[in-house]
Design a protein around this ligand. Structure first.
Ligand code: FES
Length: 147
């Protein structure tokens, strides 16, 4: 018998991801479209706590979305630096954070962004912000909500 859970699953940044990642069901890691306009990104356990991960939901051959997990919260942004025409920010696959893992960093010119607000706090685009991406977490799976 399956127990019900009171985990939240709102669709905003800072999304609480619930407290049962151990119940994740194995699914393909590759992003695949699902019903409606939501796109499956990965299982919750595939984004390490304190880490980041890039996704290519449109299958363009380049990651266009970055997801950062901090404890029970997820933050999602377009992988597009506001400094220069939406430049991809990772210096290698899934590497979006500084050494302290408390800022998103653009590898091109070193701009640093607050993980929760997306605002540039250091670098050439100071005060500009990343573009927010809406997520949904259902059954320990992360979905991109297309708008
Ligand atoms: S393109 Fe990101 S800091 Fe310049």
């Amino acid at each position: 018998m399956r127990r019900s859970c009171s985990c939240s699953s709102s669709a905003t940044n800072g999304l609480r991801v619930g407290h049962h990642p151990e119940r994740a069901v194995r699914r393909p890691v590759r992003p695949v479209p699902v019903s409606g306009t939501d796109v499956f990104l990965c299982r919750l356990v595939d984004v390490p706590d304190g880490g980041s991960r890039g996704f290519d939901p449109a299958r363009t051959g380049q990651d266009t979305v970055v997801v950062v997990r901090r404890g029970e919260r997820l933050y999602a942004w377009r992988d597009a630096c506001p400094h220069h025409g939406g430049t991809p920010m990772a210096w290698r696959k899934d590497a979006y954070l500084n050494a302290a893992r408390d800022r998103i960093v653009c590898a091109a010119h070193g701009a640093q962004f607050d993980i929760a607000t997306g605002i540039c706090t250091l670098g050439p685009c100071l005060g500009q912000r990343l573009q927010k991406v809406a997520l949904d977490v259902r059954d320990n799976e992360i979905y991109l909500k297309e708008t």
